[in-house]
Ligand binder design. Structure first.
Ligand code: URA
Length: 243
């Protein structure tokens, strides 16, 4: 069962707020009866009409975006900055990002209009691996990298064990490139982890999400996931395994 205003918004008819307004104004019927209660819950078998037009379920869509720098992982931004959904101007479905990448982080970001799919892929209990390449200031010590591998105490608790490796280290320039795989998705987690060992991140890119990578996409480009990939992601989230 879902709240009526959410169902209307998901069908792509209106924003959540506009949907609430339509309900209060008596423009919405459930099974032939006008409903003005905002808390009303409906199921997929209920017939919902808005202004006399039956609601059709929006087709579910799934995209893989190479998120460019300087974009917000949100549908709208109150400061008027560019959002990832601005890149999808020609897509009529109301898609939203699955999780978040920071404004300055680039790389693989999924977008969909499937709320349940998004929940499965972002909830920490489903443990989906995400791999990042971080350019850091300074050279991490072996001890520092081990701390990240074991889990490191941050202000919101200890992180789960991570896979970490140093790909290059430039002693003269005092910088290094590391690869790190985590399955949690806390706010600015990778940046905070490297900060905690004294080598702050200067550039961050998400290279992989589960078994998906960026392939030949350039920043700002996207493609649709295949049905097979969507199914595989669902199975992975539900079972923790790929087959
Ligand atoms: N960790 C971060 O610090 N930033 C991101 O954008 C993603 C993971």
């Amino acid at each position: 069962m879902e709240r009526l205003q959410k169902v209307i918004a998901y069908a792509g008819i209106a924003s959540r707020r506009k949907a609430e307004q339509l309900i209060v104004e008596g423009k919405v019927k459930v099974n032939g009866q006008v409903v003005k209660e905002l808390g009303t819950k409906v199921s997929s078998s209920d017939k919902v009409e808005v202004n006399g037009v039956k609601l059709e379920k929006e087709q579910k869509v799934y995209f893989l975006l190479y998120k460019p720098r300087a974009t917000i992982s949100a549908v709208t931004d109150d400061k008027g900055r560019k959002t990832v959904t601005d890149i999808f101007k020609n897509v009529e479905q109301r898609i939203f990002p699955v999780g978040r990448l920071d404004y300055d982080t680039t790389g693989l970001l999924l977008l969909t209009n499937d709320g349940e799919f998004s929940y499965q892929l972002t909830h920490p209990k489903f443990k989906i691996d995400k791999t990042y390449v971080a350019r850091v200031k300074g050279i991490p010590t072996i001890d520092g990298l081990k701390k990240l591998q074991r889990g490191i105490r941050l202000e919101d608790g200890k992180t789960a064990p991570a896979k970490v490796s140093m790909m290059t280290a430039d002693e003269a320039a005092g910088k290094a490139i590391c690869e790190i795989t985590i399955h949690e998705g806390r706010n600015r987690q990778v940046r905070r982890m490297f900060e905690a060992i004294g080598t702050p991140v200067v550039k961050l890119k998400r290279e992989r999400f589960a078994f998906l990578d960026l392939g030949n996409l350039a920043p700002g480009e996207f493609r649709q996931l295949t049905q097979h990939e969507v199914k595989k992601l669902r199975v992975l989230a539900e079972t923790g395994k790929l087959d």
